[in-house]
Ligand binder design. Structure first.
Ligand SMILES: Nc1ncnc2c1ncn2[C@@H]1O[C@H](COP(=O)(O)OP(=O)(O)OP(=O)(O)O)[C@@H](O)[C@H]1O
Length: 481
């Protein structure tokens, strides 16, 4: 089907310099102390040395079995010169598979809804952002002040991260500005007069009701982490209410790394007649994330193992996921006492304090982030080379036997291994029940989670170091004896 994208066929303006390939607010809070699920943000710049990144990334993007593979270039996708300029400034040389597949469908006119699935860290943000930027009308002052695209995300951190990506990718587009719709301290000065608005559902709903956010010119609605947004009662209701205020013609775009069968049906109602890009169950995990589990004697022993682990390893950055805010606070206290610089961010923290904590981690001032599921999704910090599941992710079902939550596991471990990098995910197991939950996750994801013996810490150290040393996934990992 031929694309009717208005930018198609336009030649590149001379001023665009393509980099040389050779050189180159959370509303989620599950229970009293167990945070729901949400995500973080991230700058889009690769933080590894350029020569290393470029050479190896191009290998990955030439492999048809890799989620980063593509045959087309960004120019082939019919993007405008100013957008291409933004992409090249970010050192995006080639689209990933999801970008290459989704963009022609998203850009086609008349606009069609989309439900898109792709593994963690494979560039879904750019896929929906490029559609938004391509559809904006910034030709008049009035339009530059009219919200035309709305992006909803489950956490304050993820909303901020996406907002930053949109601004960066569109920085050569005259008249582009992005407004954040996340909880603020104090009163808002006035209307949100920006073509792109990015926020969390509760705040967005509130701003629409107060007529601070005027939505009658809205063309695109994106739900990032859509399964999570539609699945959680509070968030789902708010998303539906927000959509109810938007013009009927709005293009609804849903993206996530996971859509289980039930949510898929629901998503199809939220985004009717959508183009769909789906993954098979066995395609959900990315090759670069090596998964292990460590046996701990009991719940108390988990902390000893954690300290031992951090005593051995100096990894670039790592995230420790726990089930409750109390556990997060306890680990923070104890690790700080041991001399580690850690940051802890849970649903109990609010507003701009959250921004400070996540920025501290992003900028590498704190190398360890302790968090709950509130940051399980979307966070993009490329230096994260290790994720620890201090507690195995499980569904909150009081009074019933414990059941594993494979989707949350997948999102948590996906905070490492971003865009072809390698990473290690380690889950702590302190009972037979937890081991069974982990095996259920492994079966669900068709993935191998290897046991590591804590009897021989030298071996543990060597293994982790070998994996983390290699910045890109190449399929030649060392294996356990
Ligand atoms: N075409 C590209 N070339 C180079 N880097 C890219 C490209 N597309 C995206 N990236 C980088 O890859 C990283 C991961 O992208 P992104 O955060 O969009 O992943 P995602 O698919 O949304 O992951 P998640 O499911 O965890 O939310 C980001 O740092 C982004 O800047």
């Amino acid at each position: 089907m031929a694309s009717e994208n208005p930018n198609e066929g336009k030649s590149l303006a001379d001023r665009i310099t393509k980099p040389d390939a050779e050189s180159t607010e959370t509303q989620t809070s599950g229970g009293a102390d167990t945070d729901g699920a949400s995500e973080v943000q991230g700058g889009s710049n690769l933080q590894e040395p350029e020569y290393d990144v470029e050479v190896k990334l191009s290998d990955l993007q030439a492999d048809p079995n890799n989620p980063l593979f593509s045959v087309k270039s960004f120019e082939d996708l019919g993007l405008s010169p100013s957008i291409l300029q933004g992409l090249y400034a970010m050192k995006f040389l080639k689209p990933s598979k999801i970008q290459e597949r989704a963009l022609p469908l998203l850009l086609h006119n008349p606009p069609t809804n989309m439900i898109g699935q792709s593994q963690s860290g494979t560039g879904k943000t750019a896929a929906f952002t490029l559609n938004i930027l391509s559809r904006l009308d910034l030709s008049t002052d009035e339009m530059r002040k009219s919200p035309q695209a709305l992006i909803l995300a489950p956490s304050r951190e993820l909303a901020r991260q996406i907002g930053a990506v949109v601004s960066e990718m569109g920085r050569f587009m005259e008249g582009l500005s992005v407004a954040m719709a996340v909880p603020t301290e104090g009163k808002r000065p006035g209307r949100l007069e920006h073509p792109v608005v990015c926020g969390t559902p509760g705040t967005v709903m509130d701003l629409i009701k107060k007529r601070i956010l005027i939505v009658n010119k809205l063309k695109v609605l994106v739900l990032d982490e859509a399964d999570n947004m539609l699945d959680q009662q509070g968030l789902g209701d708010q998303c539906i209410r927000v959509k109810g205020f938007l013009p009927k013609t709005v293009q609804v775009v849903l993206f996530s790394a996971t859509f289980d069968d039930q949510i898929r049906l629901y998503a199809a109602k939220f985004a009717p007649n959508a183009n769909k890009i789906s993954l098979k169950q066995e395609e959900l995990t990315v090759e670069g994330i090596r998964q292990f589990y460590l046996d701990c004697v009991d719940d108390n022993d988990k902390y000893n193992v954690l300290v031992k682990f951090y005593g051995l390893l100096t990894v670039a950055s790592s995230i420790i996921f726990v089930q409750t805010r109390q556990t997060a606070a306890e680990i923070e206290k104890r690790m700080t006492k041991e001399g580690h610089t850690v940051a802890s961010l849970t649903g109990g923290v609010e507003g701009s304090v959250r921004d400070k904590i996540i920025d501290e981690f992003r900028e590498g001032r704190a190398k360890v982030l302790i968090t709950t599921n509130v940051l399980a999704r979307g966070i993009d910090v490329s230096t994260v080379s290790m994720v620890i599941n201090y507690d195995i992710p499980e569904h909150y079902a009081p009074g019933r036997s414990r059941t594993a939550d494979p989707q949350t596991y997948l999102h948590r471990i996906g905070r490492t291994g971003r865009f072809g990098r390698v990473g290690v995910a380690i889950s702590f197991v302190s009972s037979r029940e937890e081991w069974q939950m982990l095996m259920d996750i492994s079966k669900y994801l068709h993935t191998n989670i290897e046991g590591v013996h804590t009897r021989d810490w030298d071996e543990v150290e060597n293994l982790m170091k070998k994996i983390i040393k290699n910045p890109r996934a190449r399929g030649d990992f060392p294996t356990t004896a």
